[in-house]
Design a protein around this ligand. Structure first.
Ligand code: AHR
Length: 496
């Protein structure tokens, strides 16, 4: 089949905020213990951080990491995780039914962020705790000295404040599974008061209001409108969470899930702007999509109650999952004007692009590759593509374009990049990419992920689902013609 995409230098959606390539580490399963932190591992450094994992995270390109949860944060006492390790208590961790040893806490995370060349996005507990403990944690992290919590940090060996800029106000507070779940009104009030005090401690921080746990929640929409109405002045972003699955084995519908994602994002933008209009304010609330991924392969796995760092939510991803992740990323970039932060959930071992063995190896899952390529090349501005693509109908959606795409323009480096997924299971797309206002640009590289069965996976012994290079497509004037294989993720770079 044939398709055509046109992009123009002047038709920008918005600048891409690097933080959309964020990720997430929760105290859950082996994300921390056995993931980023494993003293005694042959490749652990003197602080117990796995250097093989840090290397892979650097390769992936992750500028911000959300921590420490997730559902975990709603029962977390941050004080348990600071100070001499031998004095820290082990706790019953109710969110995931395990024992939390507290060997790794706030300061270890900050140290790890520095080594991993990323930055922290902290979450505060608004489930079992409230504004008081939240403001104390901001003081502990960000105040220089001369007060109780700043001096406590110094007594723990960290003289300089960590300067944490981004703060999530709780997590999924609308969910019945959440410790201290709340109504939108209860949450909006407590989030507002917490954010207010946190910003009084450090006016330079930005805060993220917890939105609905997903768009299928009964209170979806009302939740955001009510909570935002109550907390508008003290928050900067509203969060979105969404995971997709293919439990029914319906690949055509699974690949089209990003259409639902697009609608979800649009609904939240509208809700933010509805509250903005109601308040007659100039302040705009942007979006933090701080949990997104495919998640379902591990849902029925057995986890021993009250064990420590069990194998939990260790999804092994396949090729079609990687294509869905690519479509999700493309969709996030298509909203670059409003989605300023996004976190692939999660980063290591728990529904993650990187898997490790305790004491052993690590490997890159299939979803690692689209994320890596997009984090590396999607720089500058997202361009609004005019897409002329054949469409299909499936069980869950109608009019699904076979081609899912975004283009980016990095003015500083004179580079335009096309990212596209061919959703067709059996047909190539003969694609024309027309670039307007980019005189002298031509295709210089073409990488793709294709030729795999939808269920093909990577493992410790084989990373076969990866990207590969193709012959550079021909550019004739402002049109470049490329052949996109069935079920493929494609990256074409253009330079002057
Ligand atoms: O990422 C796993 C869990 O998914 C998080 O703890 C929670 O916020 C969400 O429901």
């Amino acid at each position: 089949m044939k398709a055509k995409v046109t992009a123009a230098a002047e038709m920008k959606i918005g600048e891409i905020d690097r933080r959309v390539f964020g990720s997430f580490i929760e105290h859950l399963g082996r994300a921390v213990y056995g993931g980023i932190y494993e003293p005694g591992h042959p490749l652990a450094d003197e602080e117990g951080f796995r250097t093989d994992v840090i290397k892979l995270i650097n390769e992936l390109g992750v500028p911000v990491v959300r921590y420490p949860g997730g559902n975990f944060v709603s029962g977390y006492n941050w004080e348990d995780g600071v100070g001499p390790v031998e004095n820290r208590p082990a706790r019953l961790e109710l969110a995931w039914g395990v024992t939390e040893p507290n060997k790794f806490g706030t300061n270890e995370f900050m140290r790890w962020c520095k080594k991993a060349k990323t930055s922290p996005m902290m979450a505060v507990n608004l489930g079992t705790r409230g504004p008081e403990e939240a403001r104390q944690l901001v003081e502990y992290c960000n105040h220089p000295s001369g007060t109780k919590y700043a001096d406590l940090r110094r007594a723990h060996g960290y003289n300089d404040p960590w300067g944490v800029k981004l703060w999530c106000l709780g997590n999924e507070m609308d969910g019945h599974w959440q410790m201290g779940a709340k109504t939108a009104y209860e949450y909006g009030r407590i989030a507002n008061e917490a954010a207010k005090l946190m910003k009084w401690v450090d006016p330079s921080i930005e805060t993220v209001l917890s939105g609905s746990s997903n768009r299928h929640m009964k209170s979806f929409g009302d939740w955001e409108a009510t909570a935002l109405d109550l907390a508008y002045d003290n928050v900067d972003y509203v969060s979105l969470h969404q995971y997709y699955d293919n439990k029914t084995g319906d690949t055509a519908s699974f690949l089209a899930k990003s259409m639902e994602l697009d609608d979800f994002i649009y609904s939240i933008i509208c809700t933010c702007d509805f509250v903005k209009a109601k308040k007659r304010t100039k302040k705009q609330i942007n979006l933090s999509f701080d949990e997104w991924n495919v998640w379902y392969h591990s849902n029925d796995d057995y986890v021993e109650k009250w064990s420590t760092a069990p194998h939990q939510l260790e999804d092994i991803y396949n090729f079609e999952d990687a294509l869905v992740v690519a479509c999700m990323l493309i969709t996030l970039l298509r909203h670059a004007d409003r989605v300023k932060i996004a976190c692939l959930a999660q980063l290591v071992n728990v529904i993650a692009p990187i898997m490790t063995e305790n004491g052993g190896r690590a490997f890159r899952q299939t979803i690692f590759y689209p994320f890596k390529l997009m984090s590396k090349y999607a720089r500058g501005a997202a361009l609004k593509p005019i897409v002329d693509s054949p469409k299909y109908d499936c069980k869950e959606f109608t009019d699904v374009p076979y081609l899912e795409t975004i283009l980016t323009y990095d003015k500083e480096n004179d580079e335009v990049v096309f990212f596209g997924v061919n959703r067709s299971m059996d047909e190539n797309i003969l694609l024309d990419v027309k670039l307007l206002g980019f005189e002298g640009y031509k295709a210089v590289s073409f990488e793709s992920m294709d030729g795999h069965g939808v269920l093909e996976e990577n493992g410790f012994d084989c990373e076969k689902v990866t990207m590969h290079s193709n012959p550079v497509p021909q550019t004739d004037g402002d049109v470049t013609t490329a052949d996109l294989k069935p079920l493929s993720f494609n990256v074409i770079r253009f330079r002057k």
